[in-house]
Design a protein around this ligand. Structure first.
Ligand code: PRP
Length: 214
């Protein structure tokens, strides 16, 4: 009998787009999107299991092997830096990790310390360490744009998708750090022990993504 393969997914758009791709791979799993508080669900065949977790926890479940496969944003993956294989750029959930603030804020001006509010504490630390800029990182969990508005921080480091939140709060992108999108990640042991299921699945997903691009 086939080993059960477990996916870690974050509810919302990442799960919806993931289901679209998995359905194209022949996995009948649309029902996992039905409104429910259930945290563990299966596809119609019972061969695939889905656990619903917070987006930032997806790489943790996959690293620990509780889930074999995960779908997570590159931004989260950079922040979490977990020991997993990042195999495919799925091409959806596109956004940019940016520094943002009031548009006249001069990033290049030398200053002793720059106050940065962010959910991406590790990304911010690495980025400013690389620049040799002394920073005070102020960790927030949401509404990051408030940072400069209320004077909590000079700037923010955050994802920008449509740019609407910045615009509506009179803020602007000051610098782009990296482009992000959803990634397929795999547990390193599962790729060997469940290769008979995971490898063909990865191949199908890769083909679907490549066909979409062309
Ligand atoms: C994210 C992010 C920005 C916003 C960017 O917040 O932190 O605030 O989306 O999207 P936009 O460029 O399309 O406006 P989210 O919606 O996750 O809410 P949060 O403030 O609770 O983190």
């Amino acid at each position: 009998m086939q080993d059960k393969v477990t996916f870690a997914l974050a509810k919302g758009r990442l799960a919806e787009k993931s289901v679209d791709i998995l359905e194209k791979c022949g996995i009948d799993c649309r029902r996992i999107l039905e409104p429910s508080r259930k945290l563990v669900m299966s596809d119609a065949s019972g061969k695939f299991e889905f656990i619903f977790v917070k987006p930032s926890d997806v790489p943790i479940y996959v690293e620990h092997g509780v889930a074999d496969v995960g779908v997570v944003g590159k931004d989260t993956l950079m922040e979490e830096s977990r020991d997993v294989y990042e195999l495919i750029d799925l091409g959806f959930a596109k956004c940019r990790l940016c520094l943002a603030g009031y548009k006249d804020f001069d990033l290049s001006k030398p200053r002793n310390i720059l106050k940065v509010a962010t959910k991406y504490v590790n990304v911010a630390k690495d980025y400013f360490d690389g620049k040799g800029q002394n920073v005070e990182i102020i960790p927030l969990h949401g509404s990051i744009e408030l940072g400069p508005i209320v004077g909590l921080s000079d700037i923010i480091l955050d994802i920008v998708e449509s740019g609407k939140t910045l615009q509506e709060n009179n803020l602007a992108v000051l610098e782009e750090i990296v482009n992000c999108s959803a990634r397929l990640i795999i547990n390193k042991v599962s790729l060997k022990t469940k290769a008979d299921v995971i490898k063909p699945l990865v191949k199908s997903i890769d083909e679907i993504i490549k066909n979409k691009e062309n």
